[in-house]
Ligand binder design. Sequence first.
Ligand SMILES: C[S@@+](CC[C@H](N)C(=O)[O-])C[C@H]1O[C@@H](n2cnc3c(N)ncnc32)[C@H](O)[C@@H]1O
Length: 237
Amino acid sequence: MTADAEEIRIWGLGVGPGDPELITLKAQRILRSADVVAYPAPADGDSLVRAIAAPHIPDGAEELVISTPMLAERYPAQDVYDRAAQEIEKRVEAGKTVAILCEGDPFFYGSFMYLYGRLSERLRVGVVPGVSSLSAGAAELGLPLAERNDVVAVIPATLDESALSERLAVADAAVIIKVGRHLDKVRRVLDDQGLLGGAKYIERATMEAQRMCDLADMSDQTAPYFSLIIVRKSVDI
Ligand SMILES: C[S@@+](CC[C@H](N)C(=O)[O-])C[C@H]1O[C@@H](n2cnc3c(N)ncnc32)[C@H](O)[C@@H]1O
């Protein structure tokens, strides 16, 4: 640990994609000594990230639930993050250490970045990277992502069809995230480029309810929020 890290009282902790063992030793250590544990939760359900980190949350820690609209396309609720940042700041002023839990990696499409933007203007905020869904998905599917000069694109399925198609066309491999109700559109774009046959699908990677298959074998019309598709144009191993 660096000397600096001792003074940091706010941490964004990547807790990995689902399997509680995929948290780093550093995130685990910081979480175990936190006074306050903050995490997002959907307005109408349980917090997935809390469930992932549950084995490491210390008894007696205050839990600060950030009730957040979780729909992929919805513009982040600014007032939710304003209020959460204020609540966190109050705890820090009272001398407490706050751990903010982030699914996967905090800076890889994580909503943590909205808190980071607010808090880091005035306070020091540490970030502990985590295993992202991209790495976990590739590992579970047994599909190496890139070699030599390969270019990998991470493409949100929320893009419109032509943008999706353009990004896919120029990459050697692609990870398509935020699949959800865009599954049919993604299928169409992959099929147009002759890539449907090689595309692999995984949902809830490394969680107990993980499911994976060839995309071509999947008849579902929509996918759950925690799902992604990986496609490699040439696998030469
Ligand atoms: C807002 S992004 C957050 C990504 C996360 N910070 C990470 O490092 O993987 C959410 C998207 O990541 C993907 N995702 C996250 N966790 C996943 C998992 N365990 N299995 C499959 N996809 C996942 C899904 O495509 C989901 O729509």
